[in-house]
Design a protein around this ligand. Sequence first.
Ligand code: HOZ
Length: 432
Amino acid sequence: MPATDRNAELFERAQRVIPGGVNSPVRAFRAVGGTPRFVTRAQGAYFWDADGRRYIDYIGSWGPMILGHGHPAVLEAVQQAAADGFSFGAPTEREVELAEAIIAQVPSVEQVRLVSSGTEAGMSAIRLARGATGRSRIVKFEGCYHGHADALLVKAGSGLATFGHPTSAGVPPEVVQHTTVLPYNDVAQLEAAFAEHGREIACVMIEPIAGNMNFVRASVPFMTRLRELCTRHGALLVFDEVMTGFRVALGGAQSVYARLIPGFRPDMSVFGKVIGGGMPLAAFGGSRDVMSQLAPLGPVYQAGTLSGNPVATACGLATLKEIARPGFFDALADRTRSLVAGLAAAAREAGVPLVGDSEGGMFGFFFARELPQDYPAVMATDKDRFNRFFHGMLERGVYLAPALYEAGFVSAAHGADDIAATVDAAAAALRA
Ligand code: HOZ
């Protein structure tokens, strides 16, 4: 069923006053075509569009809504905090509590600073890494997206992949002259880059499970070598856990790699999404030593009027409290695995090649025979089929990310019946 009048009407009106009609490009449905759905409200695993249609929501605000929408404990915490004041520009106890709650789950982080968005956290982490090491070069990987700070907008995934401009216009070459981009999961090129630039590299930033080229894991040999090389050359290993933090496991992707690589730890971490529970909140952290380079203690400047906002911290704290309950991640991971297995089974039945993967409450799937290991392999998967599948699912009341380059998210509110309904919809869409 195509979008009826109200979504189309709003989109037309939006395009008159907002570039492309949206405040973040992927929302515009350019990759998949058609009319974006304007959301009016959400509850649990669902949201409703401007035409009153209900969708099972698999983006969950692109990750934050791990408890589903409108969780009563989170709602109560936010209402209480809002009543006490929106923003003070002075410290609050809740900021301390949230920092403690993050540190309690992530052993590599001894201190953390709260900011308002993943972009801000990634940008600040890079500045701190440069300030702490006295070096300029940063290394990132093709298909990884670390927010839209200039130095990181090179061969990036997410919306940049979607629109075929992996490096943004408006970023002067001088600004990215210290950025080295390497292929994901390629040990030989990593070694070559360290051999050439080792002593100049301030940090290597990586999405350990890349969620901005759908869902691609860094292999264990690659991650092991990356850790060794960073340590040997005095470069900081920065984990961008904006998507994976408190989402693939309570301790984030670093806890997943720590189970596979003895003693593994990144030097710095960047968080967002789940730690704000749907409010604008993000963070970056690391050892006390590195973090003490930040103003007011050290020479690296970083600041923000809304940093540690009292309503956002209340939302984040209430969310982290719920997900720290025993068994939470086991149940979420089981449900997410059952979704991916169901999609794969439906595709097999329909004779369509589809592969998928998941960790905790984050998942991805590709129309391909093998899971891609890097960005070119993601680009080689069947995009037309994804786009048709996306619309087939949308018509059947299932909202997937409107671009093949994005990961999907399951929440604790998704019940077995929602997964079954999704798999039924997939079977019908794939047959069609
Ligand atoms: N950059 C986000 C996906 N990786 C999209 C955020 C949004 O459009 O809300």
